[in-house]
Design a binder for this molecule. Structure first.
Ligand code: FAD
Length: 424
C-alpha cells in the first residue's frame, strides 16, 4: 500500500512526485514509456542528441525555477531576438531592452514599421506589468472575461500586416504550433512576459536532462518504467501486467485524452492536438555562423517555419567538429513513411538553399520527427488551477489542465502535491 500512486512520468507527474517526497509523503510513479519525460525526450543518433521536436525551457517559468537546478542543467541560452528571412533579404530583430546596442538595427529592420516597434514596447509593458507571481497576465490585460485570440489581440493593438506576417506570425506560430494564431491572447501575454523576464534555453545534452534531473531526485524504486496503468478504481490502480497497486490517493498525470483508457471521464470533450514536424540534420558548419539565435521564415512562402542550431546553443548536441541543425515545419506535411520523408527532406533542402546557400547540399538528414500530439488545444489556458479530489480519490494534473507548456505541466503537478500535503 502506497500513500500515493502517480500515473505518468512526464514533467507534471515527476514534479508532483518530487514535491510529495519533499513533504514526506511516500509515492510511486508508473510510466508506460521506457524513460521519464513524456513529451520531453531526447534520442541519441550517431552521437547527436535529437530532442523530440524543437522545444525550449523559458528560464522565467516560475514552476521550473522552483523545482529545477539550472546550474546543474548547464543551460545554453538563445540570443534574445531572431534572425528573419524577408522578401528583401535577411534581417535581425533584437530585444532592445536586453540588447540596447542593437537598437538601431532593430528599429530599421524591414520587419514592421516604426509604429510597430513602439507597439512591441507597449505589448512588452502590458505583459510584464500585468504579470502575477505565477507568470499569468491579470484578467484585464488579457481581455477580462472575453476570450480573444492572439490574432485578434495583435490586430486590436494595431500591428501592421508587415510586422504580423514577417515576425509575429512565424515567431508565435513556432510556439503555439498553429499559423492562424487562434490561441487565446492570455497565452500571448504569458509567453511574451516569460521571454521578457528570462531566456529561452537548452540544457547541455538535450531537453531530456530536465525530466532526468527531476527523476534523479526521487527515492530509489519510486519510478517504475515500462508499466502501463489499465484502470483506476477506488484507492487502486491496475496495471496491464495484472498487478494492482493500492493507494490512499491516485494522481493521473497522463496526456490529454489518455484518462479515457483508464476508465476515467476526461470531461467528455474530444481533445484536439497541434502537431509539428521536425527534421534534424547533420551539417559540417553552422548556417547561423555559430550564433545561438532563432531563425524565422518571414518570407510568407515555403514550408520551413523555424531553423535552430542546438549545437550552437548548448553543449553535447553534436559530436566534436559537427553541427546539429533542426528545421521545424508546422503540422504534418504529407504522410509518413520513408518515401514521404525522402520527398520532404528534398523539398526542405531546396528551400533552405535559398536562405543559407549551396552548403545546405552537404547536410545529411538524421531524423524526420512527425509529432502529431505536441500541444493540446485548450479553450481557456491560464492560471488558477485549483486541483480537486474526485469522490473516488483521484487527482488530475498535466499541461492540459493548466497551459500547454512546461510551466503548465510543472505548476499543475506542484499544485496537486500541495493539495495532497494539505489534506495531511
Ligand atoms: C514538439 C513540442 C514542442 C514543445 N515546445 C515547448 C516549448 O518550447 N516550451 C514549453 O514550455 N513547452 C513546449 N512543449 C510542451 C511541453 O513539452 C508539454 O506541455 C509538457 O511536456 C507536458 O507534460 P505533461 O507531464 O503534462 O504530459 P506528458 O509529457 O504527455 O506526460 C504524460 C505521461 O503519461 C504517460 N502515460 C500515459 N498513459 C499512461 C498509462 N496508462 N500508464 C502509464 N503511463 C501513462 C505517458 O507515457 C507520458 O510519459 C512542446 C511539446 C512538444 C511535443
Amino acid at each position: 500500500m502506497h500513500e500515493v500512486v502517480i500515473i505518468g512520468a512526464g514533467l507534471a507527474g515527476l514534479t508532483c512526485a518530487r514535491a510529495l517526497q519533499s513533504g514526506g509523503v511516500d509515492c510511486v510513479v508508473v510510466e508506460a514509456g521506457d524513460a521519464p519525460g513524456g513529451r520531453v525526450r531526447t534520442d541519441e543518433v550517431e552521437g547527436f542528441r535529437l530532442d523530440r521536436g524543437f522545444q525550449v525551457l523559458l528560464t522565467a517559468y516560475p514552476a521550473a525555477r522552483a523545482a529545477l537546478d539550472y546550474a546543474a542543467l548547464r543551460l545554453g541560452e538563445f540570443e534574445p531576438g531572431a534572425r528573419v528571412a524577408t522578401p528583401e533579404g535577411p534581417a535581425r530583430v533584437s530585444d532592445p531592452w536586453r540588447r540596447p546596442g542593437r537598437f538601431w538595427e532593430t528599429l530599421l529592420a524591414p520587419v514592421g514599421t516604426m509604429g510597430d516597434k513602439v507597439r512591441v514596447g507597449a505589448l512588452r509593458l502590458a505583459a510584464t506589468r500585468g504579470m502575477a507571481a505565477d507568470g499569468w497576465p491579470s484578467g484585464n490585460v488579457a481581455g477580462g472575461g472575453e476570450i480573444r485570440s492572439t490574432a485578434e489581440e495583435l490586430e486590436r493593438r494595431g500591428f501592421s500586416p508587415l510586422m504580423r506576417e514577417r515576425f509575429l506570425r512565424p515567431w508565435l506560430s513556432g510556439i503555439f504550433l498553429e499559423r492562424e494564431l487562434s490561441t487565446p491572447a492570455a497565452m500571448l501575454f504569458f509567453v511574451y512576459g516569460m521571454f521578457a523576464r528570462g531566456a529561452a534555453a537548452l540544457p547541455a545534452g538535450g531537453m531530456q536532462r530536465i525530466p532526468e534531473q527531476l527523476a534523479a531526485g526521487l527515492r530509489p524504486g519510486t519510478l517504475r518504467l515500462g508499466e502501463t496503468a489499465r484502470a483506476v478504481g477506488v484507492g487502486q490502480v491496475t496495471l496491464v501486467s495484472g498487478e494492482t497497486l493500492r493507494a490512499r490517493e491516485v494522481v493521473v498525470a497522463v496526456e490529454a485524452g489518455a484518462e479515457a483508457a483508464l476508465g476515467l471521464d476526461g470531461g467528455g470533450n474530444e481533445v484536439a492536438w497541434r502537431g509539428v514536424t521536425c527534421v534534424q540534420w547533420a551539417a559540417p558548419r553552422s548556417p547561423l555562423g555559430g550564433e545561438p539565435v532563432l531563425w524565422l521564415n518571414g518570407t510568407g512562402r515555403g514550408q520551413v517555419n523555424t531553423v535552430v542550431v542546438p549545437s550552437d546553443v548548448a553543449a553535447g548536441y553534436a559530436p566534436a567538429g559537427q553541427t546539429l541543425v533542426s528545421t521545424t515545419v508546422l503540422g504534418e506535411p504529407g504522410l509518413g513513411g520513408a518515401e514521404a520523408n525522402g520527398a520532404l527532406t528534398g523539398v526542405l533542402r531546396e528551400e533552405m538553399k535559398g536562405y543559407f546557400g549551396p552548403e545546405v547540399g552537404d547536410w545529411r538528414p538524421l531524423a524526420v520527427q512527425r509529432i502529431l500530439r505536441a500541444l493540446p488545444v485548450l479553450a481557456r489556458p491560464g492560471r488558477g488551477y485549483a486541483p480537486e479530489r474526485s469522490p473516488v480519490g483521484v487527482w488530475r494534473c498535466g499541461d492540459c489542465v493548466a497551459s500547454a507548456s512546461i510551466q503548465g505541466a510543472m505548476a499543475s503537478g506542484a499544485a496537486v502535491a500541495a493539495a495532497i500535503l494539505k489534506r495531511g
